[in-house]
Write a protein that binds this ligand. Structure first.
Ligand code: SF4
Length: 399
């Protein structure tokens, strides 16, 4: 059974020196064929959302940002579209932005990203700061592939089959409750740039790793470290014992959660062959969330930040085909006119949930702040935040 996670909608009003807060729990966007139609659109919760065709939206965001001054910090993930990222005080990947949110100390942090990123920002910011996600339907399909009920069941079964043998490693792209389980069970968080260090650390603690939730990042990292495919098994949360038998679990070094990024997994080996024919002399660079057969064919593999640096630092006239989210690739092409920058394959589309953050929702969130109303607050409960923070701190100590 699919378990829907919930978001806390906090509405805080400060009027005439008095503060009142109401809280509502709603299920996050349910994806897939079983999604009830009435829950597939969270925009209906945005009372007073301006229409997308309103030609004044850019001026309204600009005016609200100026009026709010340093009471608000706007953070923009690299995959956000141009119409909103132009207002970001800082751009980055999810971990960089969460740390930046804590460093600014702004009472309001508006996160142009997806739900798990806003949760990570809330975990790392102080109690005096409030994190806002302009559209609650901006989730992440990969993070949603590992819900806490399934992960707890997996962890318990692993303890039955191989007691005390496994360390959990969880990618940043996961919900706060999975990060908290990782912290409680002695594991660490990783990013796409430090996953190898996290695996090395984990193998020094115990003989096995449970890697969540991206099977491709886990497998690519394992292969880079010299492990073999036979060292890895995939845990399918929808099958008994993950679709494995006890001997397979006992014999595995890495148990990969069966999750993936719905954008990066779409790149295929044929796309690499085709772009090499189409653009002679091109260098192919892809994100490690891509399938291993795509990663194996690429010239370079790296995190979002590494991809950006590779393009910016390359010689004028160089040619690049990039396998990552389309908004970032378009921006890199625009910002590097002295180089040829193309998308690895034009049939792969934007991250649909990232794209839910748009000008109307940003306008709506900021103008509510001007009225001293906090809408779409993302708040992680203190116990979950404590354990998730511990797992994040372990990552910093390892790297
Ligand atoms: S690009 Fe992939 S990993 Fe990133 S938010 Fe979208 S679905 Fe999640």
């Amino acid at each position: 059974m699919r378990v829907a996670r919930t978001a806390h909608i906090m509405v805080t009003e400060h009027r005439k020196g008095e503060m009142s807060t109401t809280q509502e729990h709603i299920p996050l966007l349910v994806l897939g064929p079983t999604a009830p139609p009435q829950r597939s659109e969270r925009g209906t919760l945005c009372d007073g959302l301006p229409p997308a065709a309103d030609p004044t939206l850019i001026d309204r965001v600009r005016a609200a940002k100026i009026a709010l001054g340093d009471r608000v910090t706007i953070l923009g993930h690299h995959y956000q579209k141009a119409e909103v990222i132009q207002f970001a005080d800082e751009r980055g990947d999810s971990y960089k932005l969460a740390r930046y949110a804590a460093e600014t100390g702004s009472p309001y942090v508006v996160f142009l990203g997806v739900h798990f990123m806003a949760e990570s920002a809330d975990i790392l910011t102080s109690d005096a700061q409030q994190v806002i996600l302009p559209d609650l339907a901006a989730g992440c399909s990969m993070a949603d592939m590992a819900d806490i009920a399934h992960v707890e069941e997996c962890w318990s079964l692993l303890q039955d089959v191989a007691p005390g043998a496994t360390t959990p490693i969880t990618y940043m792209n996961s919900s706060a409750d999975i990060k908290a389980l990782t912290g409680r069970e002695g594991g660490t968080i990783c990013t796409s740039s430090n996953a190898a260090g996290a695996l090395e650390w984990a193998f020094a603690q115990r003989e096995k790793v449970l890697f969540l939730p991206d099977q491709h990042l886990g497998f690519n990292t394992a292969m880079n470290m010299g492990l073999s495919p036979e060292d890895c098994v995939i845990w399918n949360p929808h099958k008994d014992l993950g679709g494995l038998d006890e001997d397979a679990i006992r014999g595995a070094k890495i148990i990969l959660w069966r999750g993936h990024c719905s954008v990066h997994q779409r790149f295929q080996p044929e796309h690499v062959h085709a772009v090499r024919e189409r653009v002679p002399g091109v260098r192919v660079i892809v994100h490690p969330e891509c399938r291993h057969d795509v990663v194996s064919l690429a010239d370079e593999v790296g995190s979002t930040e590494k991809i950006i640096r590779a393009i910016e630092d390359s010689e004028p006239g160089s040619k690049w085909a990039i396998g990552t989210e389309l908004n970032l690739v378009q921006r890199l092409a625009d910002e590097n006119p002295d180089k040829t920058v193309v998308f690895l394959d034009k049939t792969v589309c934007f991250c649909a949930t990232m794209n839910r953050i748009d000008l109307p929702h940003l306008t709506w969130a900021l103008e509510n702040l001007l009225e001293r109303r906090v809408v779409n607050r993302i708040e992680v409960d203190p116990d979950t935040a404590h354990w998730a923070r511990l797992a994040l701190q372990r990552m910093l100590e390892i790297n």
